[in-house]
Design a protein around this ligand. Structure first.
Ligand code: IPM
Ligand code: MG
Length: 358
């Protein structure tokens, strides 16, 4: 098969890690008989520099003409938090999610066997293993609700962000979670704040209706504050965790931290029709950009997710995951995961090692 892939290399370390991921993709193509055609798409801070806005006209169309999108990272202190939306790199990220209808964000947090000692939790906790999938709603809630600012008479300025969810939005993300759980350990933990928020009460009502359709899957409701605590107390209890946009933003950072390195974690953002968008969880790390220091593994594992979820090629996905595990098992480390005294492999070296094992 021939696949067309949009590359949003982006800012900071983005171009370096995407560069390595592309070479890994080509190695997989050679081994399994696929070819890839790449289309560069300009977005983020680099687009502000080049054309004056972070999300140039036609970005979504260019991506829609491809089978999948691979994104490195966008943003950095250079572009700050401009008051003009089109001059903020984050605006591009939110716009592409919305425009491509990528309502389901899958963020697996797994402790890789070779790195069990990188887990910052108690040894007994780490030994139980961590292998959870955070399913975050990505195109609704407070991120996209009506925003307002007004001047009050006696309390200065006032600002508000509306947190709204419809049954349709909750049901489609809920289904994704149950379907994924069926392919894993068959447990769904739905995170909400139903003791306070009306949007969460609707969330829970829809989830309860859905769970009747999936009697083979264990289901529980977890309040978000408790979920934050359970993630550090006993993360092994979780399989699929499904939640709304902002809770998912916060909890997925927490989940990534307990696995030892954010430099290892991939993500997939998918909707009902192609193309899905795949990106590492980490940011653009401008402090180490261009120095061959970044860990390319999260982006390489994002390509594995692309094979699995967009192209339905699980063998190819596993080949990448196994190659990563093999390289780590041999003791190779990038700077972010190397212990004191260990010599670290650079971005290019790590990419080459993984390629060799494919
Ligand atoms: C993420 C990021 C984004 C988000 C920011 C950069 C807009 O934190 O992908 O988790 O909040 O969704
Ligand atoms: Mg985040």
């Amino acid at each position: 098969m021939n696949y067309k892939i949009a590359l949003i290399r982006g800012d900071g370390i983005g171009p370096e890690v995407v560069g390595e991921a592309v070479k890994v993709m080509d190695a997989v193509g050679q081994k399994f008989g696929h070819t890839f055609e790449y289309v560069d798409v300009l977005m983020g801070g680099c687009a502000i520099d080049a054309v004056g806005c972070s999300y140039p006209e036609g970005t979504a169309e260019k991506c829609r003409a491809c089978d999948a999108v691979l994104l490195g990272a966008v943003g950095g202190p250079k572009w700050g938090h401009s008051t003009e939306a089109e001059k903020r790199p984050e605006t591009a990220l939110l716009s592409i999610r919305k425009d491509l209808g990528l309502y389901a964000n899958l963020r697996p947090a797994a402790l890789r066997p070779a790195l069990a000692d990188a887990c910052p939790l108690k040894k007994e906790t780490a030994e139980k293993g961590i292998d959870l999938m955070m399913v975050r709603e990505l195109t609704g809630g407070i991120y996209f609700g009506k925003k307002n600012r007004c001047q009050t008479e006696d309390r200065g300025e006032e600002a508000s962000d509306l947190l709204a969810y419809s049954e349709l939005e909750i049901e489609r993300i809920g289904r994704r979670a149950f379907e994924l759980a069926r392919l894993r350990r068959k447990k769904v933990s739905s995170v909400d704040k139903a003791n306070v928020l009306e949007s969460s009460r609707l969330w829970r009502q829809v989830m309860h209706r859905l769970k009747e359709e999936y009697p083979d899957v264990d289901y529980e409701d977890v309040l978000v504050d408790n979920a934050a605590m359970q993630l550090v107390r006993d993360p092994g209890q979780f399989d699929v965790v499904v939640t709304e946009n902002m809770f998912g933003d916060i909890l997925s950072d927490e989940a990534s931290m307990i696995t030892g390195s954010i430099g290892l974690l991939p993500s997939a953002s998918i909707g009902d029709s192609a193309p899905g968008l795949y990106e590492p969880i980490h940011g653009s790390a401008p402090d180490i950009a261009g120095q061959d220091k970044a860990n390319p593994i999260a982006t390489i594992l994002s390509v594995a997710m692309m094979f699995r979820y967009s192209f339905r090629l699980p063998r190819e996905a596993e080949a990448i995951e196994k190659a990563v595990d093999a390289v780590l098992a041999e003791g190779w480390r990038t700077a972010d995961i190397a212990k004191e005294g260990e010599t670290a492999a650079g971005t290019r070296k790590m990419g080459a090692l993984i390629r060799e094992r494919i």
